[in-house]
Design a protein. Sequence first.
Length: 165
Amino acid sequence: MRLNPKVKGGPYWNLLALGEGKSGKRAYLGAVLSPDKGETAWISLLEALEVPEAGKGLLFIHDGDPAIASALSFILPEAKRRLCAWHELHNLFLKARELFPDKPDKIKAVMKEAKLRIESNQPKTTSPLERGIEEYRRRTRPMDRFKSRMGALDFLRIWLEAVVN
């Protein structure tokens, strides 16, 4: 199961749980809207999932947020937990950069070896479902990301021209 805070919609966060079975098939498991991303919000999501046997035999992959880790320990103490491959590699990169500040070749070699080891024994966290969620988030962001009303109108005009033609 992968837990990750997703789109901030208005004054609430949409916290999602995605799952993957032994066959590799992924599915949406549940979501909750919360005004924050704190431990209480994650606890409410985990309780809503109604996972049996305190999570025994399950692996939870998350982004390392202390609130998620704490909620998992509280609600599902029997479940295994780990960081997703991207976060493991990112943390390792930061540490390697700290240890070898003037040796970019050494950092590159460490990262290459780590990537092989981490990705070979960890389930992949990218899937059509996750890409679809990313696309949904991208498309439903507020239009205030444009610097002006004309920027939004220009985008709409270009998009409509592409669709019509």
